[in-house]
Design a protein around this ligand. Structure first.
Ligand code: ADP
Length: 259
């Protein structure tokens, strides 16, 4: 048997690069020079106390919040927020890179599940309805809700609604999926089904940034954990490094409180 030496895989470029991200609301400095990278196909989990800036990081990636300074690059779209004005076109192109799943589902109540999933691609992206319908059914199958295609949101449980929210975010074919505490508004017995879908997505190679207090999920799925406090990333590393062997007192105290 001949042995071939496999060249070591080149370090792939990050899919997401964030540097110097800063954001204030009035006098309140919510983010102070946040830097991190996200490798393609990896899962980043953001943890930290309430008010530490986690949601603002996600909203800045998606340009729902316009940062005051810092550079966000997702794929080949880069926006330098210090360069004013930030144009509508820049906001739109950054937003198109990611699909976002919120704490509460925000589904359109008057549209069916299928119509909720197809609305973005058909109305905003102007893609062909028949092709989008077919893709949407695949996405509903992925989140285990194919048989609910013609139901309305009010007919679904909170967990099912969140799974439709995930399918809807995937339907725009984003490069990156953002999850903002997707299970925190759910009854405890519904949390598992949503985390399971997220684990499936991670296993399929989706690049994900997730704000969550579900530490077990972080332990099982995250490649990188970022612990935020007071608008800065205080610790970063593997789940084992940050969650099992935190270096700072702040992280230790936080984990002690939530575990
Ligand atoms: P986390 O997700 O870690 O709980 P957030 O990013 O939601 O933190 O919020 C960080 C801080 O920014 C909080 O003190 C919050 O009250 C404040 N904040 C967030 N959004 C706004 C806003 N639109 N206007 C004013 N203050 C805000």
């Amino acid at each position: 048997m001949t042995e071939t030496t496999k060249p070591s895989a080149p370090e792939s470029d990050p899919l997401v690069s964030v540097s110097g991200l800063a954001k204030s609301f009035g006098e309140h400095e919510v983010l102070r020079s946040v830097d991190f990278d996200v490798a393609p196909g990896s899962v980043t989990v953001l943890i930290g106390p309430s008010g530490s800036g986690k949601t603002t990081v996600l909203r800045s990636l998606n340009a729902l919040d316009v940062a005051d300074a810092g550079v966000v690059r997702i794929g080949d779209v880069e926006v330098d927020f210090a360069q004013r004005p930030v144009t509508k076109r820049q906001v739109a192109s950054l937003r198109a890179q990611s699909g976002m799943v919120f704490q509460a589902h925000h589904l359109f109540p008057h549209l069916t599940v299928l119509e909720n999933v197809t609305a973005g691609p058909v109305l905003a992206q102007r893609r062909d309805r028949a092709a989008v319908d077919e893709e949407a059914r695949d996405l509903l199958r992925l989140v285990g809700l194919e048989e609910k295609a013609h139901a309305y949101p009010f007919q679904l449980s909170g967990g099912q609604q969140q799974r439709v929210g995930i399918a809807r975010a995937l339907a725009i074919r984003p490069k990156l999926m953002l999850f903002d505490e997707p299970t925190s508004a759910l009854d405890p017995e519904l949390v598992g089904e949503v985390l399971l879908v997220m684990k499936d997505l991670a296993a399929q190679g989706w690049t994900m940034v997730v704000v969550t207090h579900e530490i077990r999920f972080a332990q099982q799925v995250a490649d990188q954990v970022l612990f935020m406090d007071g608008g800065v990333i205080v610790e970063r590393g593997t789940p084992d490094e940050v969650l099992t062997r935190p270096r700072t007192e702040r992280a230790r105290q936080f984990l002690h409180r939530i575990l």
